[in-house]
Write a protein that binds this ligand. Sequence first.
Ligand SMILES: Cc1cc2nc3c(=O)[nH]c(=O)nc-3n(C[C@H](O)[C@H](O)[C@H](O)COP(=O)(O)OP(=O)(O)OC[C@H]3O[C@@H](n4cnc5c(N)ncnc54)[C@H](O)[C@@H]3O)c2cc1C
Length: 492
Amino acid sequence: MTRTGEQYLESLRDGREIWLDGEPVHDITRHRAFRNTARSIAALYDLTHEAASAPVLTVPDTDSGTDVHRAFVIPTDHAALVARRRAYKTWSEASFGFLGRSPDYMASGIAGFAALPEVFNGETFDGRENVAAYHRRMALGDLYQAFTITNPQIDRTRSAAEQEEDDLVLRVVKEHDGGITVRGAKMIGTAAVFGDEVIVGTIEPLAPQDIAHAVSFSIPLDTSGLKFVSRTSYEAGARSVFDNPLSSRFDENDALLVCDDVFVPWERVLVYRDVEASLRQWWATPAYNNFVHQAATRFWTKLEFLAGLAILIAKANNTYQLPPVQTQIGRILGWVNIARSMLIAAETECEPVEGGTGVMINREIASAHRAMAGDLYPKVLAEVKLLAGGGLIQLPASGYDLQHPTLGPLLRKYVRSPEHPAERRIKLLKLAWDALGSEFASRHEQYERFYHGAPHVYLPAIVRDGRPDLCERLAQTCLDGYRLDDVPYGVA
Ligand SMILES: Cc1cc2nc3c(=O)[nH]c(=O)nc-3n(C[C@H](O)[C@H](O)[C@H](O)COP(=O)(O)OP(=O)(O)OC[C@H]3O[C@@H](n4cnc5c(N)ncnc54)[C@H](O)[C@@H]3O)c2cc1C
């Protein structure tokens, strides 16, 4: 069975070590920086038990018969990919696309590992059985996998082992009969503090000398020595749900992971001292492509939400029917459909998992989506802001002003538009500011640009994963179709 929201919240009260503003956080389900977001995630789990959404989100596990989330399942055909996308869509709509790392993100990555376990049969360590057991544990326990697979930005011109100190980037410091001890840091644990386990690995290539850093494992969040250092909490900074409707409820948090001599039992190790397997874990298995499938669904949902805001804002300003505004709305809706159609195309042109089980979305289109989304998101924000004008800024500091005996009547008189009395207008524009201009919004812009890597990494990947030869050949065919002496100059 999948968990209920209450069971999920209970599991968070386990003594995990989280730091915020120089203080330890003892219970994230009660702390003002985390509690609402924890409840928003709990609501996702509750959806797996509701009559309308349960069949979309869950499916009986073939071996045990128990219901598991679809994201843990290895899709075997196009229809299974579509079914998985519908599950992603149901969850992403519950947060309007603002919970990027909801539990289905990494669950589909784990299914990707299980689809091609041979990748974990490395030179020095055979992780295949551990991967299979890990997949079962996470799927049947309905566990939430956080992940930190990026090395900290200390000196990007040096490899992991060449940094000023050899344990800045997380590495193995000791091997025991029962497991390994690791020390060092990883970035950026988005939603990590809300997870049950964190997987550590490295998604970018390591150098041959980085062998001690070429390790991957998944451990519970309450493991001794595991520390999460949170960024500023937007949820804690929110005045109320009315004033900050998104940041007060969907601040998925980002944290630095520090492993202070953490013991990892062998059965939790997936890759060990293997530079090649460390990379192939993400790229040779469907793991990365499965991430994109979830992310592309969420991105489409988020653009639908922003387009909806644009329409509501134009109506509130009574500009909706103006031809230039229709042009702007049309542009935004066109972008929504680009996002939707890339997703559908990636499913339609799905590929078999070579050497493994099942299918995955089209690698070439997944690679292009990564670049499209990072480029497009700032443009969407800019276009909606352009529509909104100064109304986004001319807002009372909080909803209390509306309730104040002197200020309330003033605001009702001066902050309004046709069919939009003050409260309705202020409510809409506060939501819009949270999505477009707040610190939370700015973090989301950075997220959409970087969560799948930096442009200097993903743009060359389009050349690598794509078919540049087809484009080159077409242009060459044109060139080959005429010669200098074919047609005399001046003759049509
Ligand atoms: C909001 C947010 C959430 C994230 N969540 C997660 C998460 O949950 N888990 C996780 O593991 N990671 C996460 N990440 C990290 C993400 O994977 C990285 O940001 C991404 O891989 C890029 O790495 P970087 O930030 O270190 O940038 P860098 O690699 O340092 O690149 C930054 C810039 O430096 C320049 N640059 C650096 N190196 C080169 C080079 N070799 N050649 C040319 N230019 C270069 C480029 O201008 C580049 O854009 C998150 C990031 C953000 C912003």
